[in-house]
Design a protein around this ligand. Structure first.
Ligand code: DGL
Length: 277
């Protein structure tokens, strides 16, 4: 499709539940639009998968959201943003839907992350995939060349959240372990970016074990503010968006399972539909 039809939604994609933390912030800042959330829960986690696999899965999700009439898609998944966004934007979008747009979360967070540290030592918690892509170090250095960025992968954190164990005692061990490992790498860190959409769900535990002088940067509000700015600057996209204030939820897993766990993220009832990619 070359021209955009009217009545378009804003698509928000994540490998699973994590993007709900971003969607909530977006909805808070921009309540008037119509959103479609798509969680690829059946194939999560993405964080340990290869570039090829994350690219393939993310492209399938993007195509589905285009079919569902989204003219703007937010890849609210750091792993997908790190491993698939650039290729999809440069290689696939011009052929698939040249007038539609896909945005990620790494660029807006990198533009802001350096503003939080007082002593130029920033820690990053992310999935193994995001860490091994080095996307955050590369992007942050462009905006804040004097900052030391120390990334650290937390491979157990996503499975803990996806399985609804974020508040369990078992989660304490893994939260403590990764905080300790990050601070062993750089004990001067004064701010940490949670660069995985699932991690804000572990915030109560993270705060419990993090030394109190270290601040936590939550990416949801940064992404929401950046989207607001984008829509103001791009009337050709904004003018096609429906103003219905509604959210539709889709998952690749069983809808009942999604609804139950998603409600822990949103604290309000959710009725999702199952979809295959
Ligand atoms: N939510 C994704 C992110 O922000 C990762 C979760 C996963 O591993 O699937 O990176």
């Amino acid at each position: 499709m070359n021209s955009i039809e009217r009545n378009q939604h804003i698509g928000v994609f994540d490998s699973g539940f994590g993007g709900l933390t971003i969607l909530q912030e977006i909805k808070h800042v921009l309540p008037e639009y119509s959103y479609i959330y798509l969680g690829d829960n059946a194939r999560a986690p993405y964080g340990t998968r290869s570039f090829e696999t994350v690219y393939k899965y993310t492209l399938e999700a993007v195509k589905k959201l285009f079919e569902l009439d989204c003219s703007l898609i937010i890849l609210a998944c750091n792993t997908a943003s790190a491993k698939a966004l650039r290729t999809i934007q440069q290689q696939d979008l011009p052929k698939l839907a040249p007038n539609k747009r896909i945005l990620g979360v790494i660029r807006p967070c990198s533009e802001q992350a350096g503003l939080f540290t007082q002593n130029n030592n920033l820690g990053i918690f992310a999935t193994s995939g995001t860490v091994s892509s080095h996307s955050y170090e590369i992007e942050i250095q462009k905006f804040f060349p004097n900052i030391t960025v120390t990334p650290h992968a937390c491979p157990m954190w996503v499975p803990i959240v996806e399985n609804g164990e974020a508040l369990s005692e078992g989660a304490d061990y893994f939260v403590q372990k990764e905080i300790h490992a990050l601070l062993e790498k750089n004990n001067n860190i004064d701010s940490i970016l949670l660069a995985c959409t699932h991690y804000p769900i572990l915030l109560p535990k993270i705060k419990k074990y993090l030394p109190s002088h270290i601040s936590v940067i939550n990416q949801g509000s940064i992404v929401a503010q950046s989207l607001k700015k984008y829509l103001l600057q791009h009337p050709e996209i904004e003018s096609h968006c429906i103003h219905s204030g509604k959210i539709q939820y889709y998952t690749t897993e069983k809808a009942e399972i999604f609804n139950t766990i998603a409600e822990c993220f949103t604290h309000s009832p959710i009725i999702a539909k199952t979809i295959s990619l």
